[in-house]
Design a protein around this ligand. Structure first.
Ligand SMILES: O=C(O)CCC(=O)C(=O)O
Ligand SMILES: [Fe+2]
Length: 312
């Protein structure tokens, strides 16, 4: 299947030209693919295999490690628990998920992960931890290129304290093949939303369903399919990065439609340290283009977004 989104090759040695391509992708789409990132397809396949094994456990077993607010969402989230489009009155999104977060550091101590029983899934935790470390390092590399793309020092996000204890969260998702229909509103796998943080790195199992809407102000909204590319990440800019760049880089609306087939995906949300101040970048404002958003602590911003998503 062809795609209209740019494909970034992370193995190219010339950082400046890669950064230029990323800049264009972030200005135009807020979405792009990343290939040759160094994570093997073998590891990706193992993650999907373990993810399926978890979602195939009996519901009672999955519920023993349910993530509960306000402590944290870490662990299992059942069907319909979340509604990404907070304007809908429907029952919630038709998906279930499993969140896990930093493996070490202050956040890991404050919000310990919950893992499925080792007796049931012996290699599960090891596979997920290995994936987490690998995808975090791809994310760091991408943020270096994004900083270059914004005419900043490659280490900018490190220097402002976004990355020493980042609130990076991995999320395994399962969308069921059969969808409970509602006579009130359409049921979505994931209803329309933009991601909250800096950057998201997504893997899908190749089953379609993901769509983006380039212009959220246009009515009716125009949705375009984003097919998966084997071995490549689908990367998108989140709202916090949109804020940081004064709206220059786009946090694009997206959703997952049910396609009558079970679908698995793995999202990795790379968010800054909670105490990192997100304030309009100098390279993104001027006298004629003043900052559109006041400074905010990353942790306060994310907590408020989560509160709204789970409020209903
Ligand atoms: O499953 C997907 O393809 C996208 C999931 C997503 O957009 C999200 O969890 O924020
Ligand atoms: Fe998303």
């Amino acid at each position: 299947m062809g795609t209209f989104l740019p494909i970034i090759d992370l193995s190219l040695p010339e950082k400046t030209s890669t950064a230029k391509l990323i800049r264009r992708a972030c200005l135009e789409h807020g979405f792009f693919y990343v290939k040759n990132h160094g994570i093997s397809e073998e590891l990706m396949e193992r993650v999907f295999k373990e993810s399926k094994a978890f979602f195939n456990l009996p519901l009672e077993e999955r519920l023993t490690i349910m993530g509960l607010l306000p402590r944290a969402l870490l662990g299992y989230t059942p069907l319909f628990a979340e509604k990404l489009d907070t304007s809908l009155s429907s029952i919630g999104d038709s998906k279930e998920s499993f969140y896990f977060a930093p493996l070490e550091g202050v956040l890991a101590q404050r919000y310990p992960n919950q893992w499925p029983s080792e007796d049931l899934l012996p290699s599960w935790r090891q596979t997920m931890e290995c994936y987490y470390k690998n995808v975090l390092s791809v994310g760091r590399k991408l943020l270096g290129l994004i900083a270059l793309a914004l005419d900043l020092d490659e280490d900018f996000f490190k220097q402002v304290g976004a990355l020493d204890d980042p609130a990076a969260v991995a999320r395994l998702l399962r969308y069921p093949g059969e969808v409970v229909s509602s006579d009130v509103e359409e049921t979505y796998g994931a209803s329309a939303h933009s991601d909250y943080g800096m950057l998201t790195l997504l893997l899908t199992d190749g089953v379609p369903g993901l769509q983006v809407c380039k212009d959220k102000s246009k009515k009716p909204r125009i949705w375009e399919d984003v097919p998966g590319i084997r071995g490549a990440f689908i990367v998108n800019i989140g709202d916090m990065m949109e804020r940081w760049t004064n709206g220059l880089f786009r946090s694009t609306l997206h959703r997952v439609m049910p396609v009558g087939k079970e679908r698995y995906s793995v999202a990795f949300f790379l968010d800054p340290n909670p105490d990192c101040n997100v304030e309009c970048l100098e390279s993104c404002c001027s006298e004629t283009c003043p900052p559109r958003f006041p400074p905010i602590l990353a942790g306060d911003y994310i907590m408020e977004r989560f509160r709204l998503t789970y409020a209903s």
